[in-house]
Design a protein around this ligand. Structure first.
Ligand code: F6R
Length: 253
């Protein structure tokens, strides 16, 4: 595992944007795994700027998003589909048919999850998976206690996750109780993983993910077992890590 600690959110976002942009330029037909939430917004802004300035193109890029709320149709204002259109896809030159996000309004969820996994396999797997991390250590919507062997599946969201995510909804009760998420196995199958975390409220989860034993109680800790995983943190998210780790700015574990 490599760990980069940047001064602030901007620095974290810029490093991630540049790191992935180099790979997109190198491999035009690259397959990206993307996340929603607050954390990757800065990264997406940098990619949009690079495209607008003519320094990057997403033509040929295929994307798979990690998750979607169950019960929300793509056009729902709070769906992750809407989030991705507004914050990234509408502003870059990715081909719409290359964009994949689980559909929250399907009737046969199990069949949809299976088809999503098959599609990922068909295109040769995910080259680079972008992740955020929940305060409880979730990645995607893989909540504590979930199975490491899970592929894309239906999950029940914890009360804590629903509360944290209620900031996007008019009322707390509107936050869906379930979601479709790529599983820890799907995530671990990616050839490279880039996890972003910023802010003091992520420092505990980041500490446990890096420093403690791998445990399903802290889903992100499984990333210790990935052969090519990079954490890009801001100083606040890294603040609980021992000075030896922070001081080096980059460590192999
Ligand atoms: C989003 C996702 C989640 C978020 C996590 C952190 O697609 O899969 O795991 O990455 O909840 O969310 P933010 O970035 O809003 O703090």
């Amino acid at each position: 595992m490599e760990i980069f600690v940047e001064k602030d959110y901007e620095g974290m976002s810029l490093r991630a944007a540049q790191m992935v942009a180099i790979e997109i330029k190198r491999k035009r037909q690259i397959v990206l795994g993307l996340a929603s939430g607050n954390t990757p917004l800065g990264l997406y802004k940098y990619w949009i700027r690079m495209v607008q300035q003519g320094n990057l193109s997403f033509k040929g890029v295929t994307s798979f998003n990690l998750d979607e709320y169950l019960g929300l149709a793509p056009q729902h204002p709070q769906s992750y589909w809407t989030y991705m259109q507004e914050n990234l896809f509408c502003q870059i030159d990715i081909e719409p048919e290359h964009v994949h996000i689980p559909h929250g309004d399907v009737e046969d969820v199990a069949a949809h999850c299976l088809a999503y996994e098959q599609l990922i396999r068909q295109v040769g797997g995910i080259d680079i998976q972008i992740l955020g991390i929940g305060q409880n250590g979730h990645i995607g919507f893989n909540e504590p206690g979930g199975r490491f062997g899970n592929s894309t599946h239906l999950v029940e969201l914890t009360e804590g996750t629903r509360q944290v995510n209620s900031r996007y909804f008019l009322q707390g009760e509107d936050v869906p109780t379930h979601a479709i998420t790529m599983g820890l196995k799907s995530i671990m199958n990616a050839k490279q993983i880039v996890l972003l975390a910023a802010g003091e409220n992520k420092s505990d989860a980041v500490y446990k993910a890096i420093m403690e034993e791998v445990s399903s109680e802290l889903p992100a800790s499984v990333l210790q077992l990935h052969p090519n995983c990079v954490f890009i943190l801001d100083e606040e998210a890294a603040s609980r890590l021992p000075a030896s780790v922070q001081g080096k700015r980059e460590v192999a574990r």
